[in-house]
Design a protein around this ligand. Structure first.
Ligand code: BDR
Ligand code: CA
Length: 310
């Protein structure tokens, strides 16, 4: 049976592929998309979500706008990777999908209420919306099966030496979500940096030959160029869909149950995740943390999903 999923995202090149994987994979039932300020300002991330669902022929999935900035910090959009509109590269067609008038937290609440079975939330941006939802609707917590988040790292970072962008953008939100005790899975850079956009991956996507694939190839070329300039990586990592793949195909991403904490006040390490893989601190485990990825299978899933789209 397909797993019901809400995607909370900040598209963003790799967020787009997360949406497409969720929409195109037979074991995922994509029920709602919510947007947050992150890679770009909220007006851009919402607009981009509308554009990339419409062009891929994804219909009947409401898209609602959430928080425009982190809980207590100022938003610093990742323009150095994603460009000034968060989706540099291709010319964006006019969106054919309207935004839902409800705020993101209300769409999350209503989506949970609409179905009998618990729903998985896959978050691929700063956790601001999810923290606001957790605070606003504790009575709905039993309806959340799990929160799977692309963010953090068991090792080094990407926006500072030790902090990953989503985690660094809104670390207070990560604390609030962890404190809820909801089942939480972190898919961090230690794993997403294996999902590299090689020339062969780009060739395989181009060969799909549909509108989604052609647009996707333009996104990947821009993204790889940004990664080469900013991180010295000519083959960029397609982070966000790895979190969707974990839900779509259990076993594709290996996880361990461990202790996750986040640095709020470090002078050099603000937003860094601390993952106690050797149980040094003897604190109770509070998260499932990704430690391995079946890279070949991941790309097969991604390409199969694109094949099913427009
Ligand atoms: C994360 O930050 C964003 O730039 C990407 O969309 C991804 O969610 C990687 O650090
Ligand atoms: Ca993202």
């Amino acid at each position: 049976m397909a797993v019901p999923v809400i995607i909370d995202c900040d598209p963003g090149h790799d967020d787009v592929f997360a949406i497409w994987l969720a929409a195109g994979h037979p074991r995922i039932d994509l029920r709602a998309i919510t947007t947050v300020g992150g890679n770009g300002r909220l007006e851009h991330t919402t607009y981009n979500a509308r554009v990339v669902t419409g062009l891929a022929g994804i219909a009947g999935v409401p898209i609602a706008q959430g928080a425009d900035s982190p809980l207590v910090r100022a938003l610093e959009p990742a323009e150095w990777i994603h460009g000034s509109n968060a989706l540099g590269g291709p010319e964006l067609p006019e969106p054919t999908v309207d935004a839902d008038p409800r705020p993101a937290v209300e769409l999350i609440r209503d989506t949970l209420d609409a179905y009998a079975e618990p729903v998985t939330i896959v978050a691929t941006g700063p956790l601001t919306n999810i923290a606001l939802f957790v605070r606003a609707y504790p009575d709905r917590w039993p309806k959340v099966r799990e929160i799977v988040w692309m963010g953090g790292s068991t090792g080094r970072g990407n926006v500072t030496p030790y902090a990953e962008f989503n985690s660094w953008s809104d670390p207070e939100a990560v604390v609030m979500v962890l404190d809820s005790g909801l089942r939480f899975t972190m898919v961090g850079l230690n794993v997403t940096h294996q999902a590299l956009i090689t020339p062969s991956v780009i060739e395989r996507i181009a060969a799909v030959g549909n509108t989604t694939a052609a647009f996707g190839v333009e996104l990947l070329r821009y993204f790889n160029n940004s990664y080469e300039i900013d991180q010295g990586m000519p083959e960029g990592p397609l982070h966000d869909p790895v979190a969707v793949a974990l839900v779509a195909e259990p076993g594709l991403v290996e996880t361990v149950h461990t202790r996750l904490d986040i640095e709020l006040r470090g002078t050099e390490t603000s937003g860094a995740t601390s993952v106690d893989l050797i149980d040094k601190l003897k604190r109770p485990p509070n998260a499932h943390v990704a430690v391995g990825l079946d890279v070949d299978r991941f790309w097969d899933l991604m390409i199969e999903a694109i094949t099913t789209l427009a």
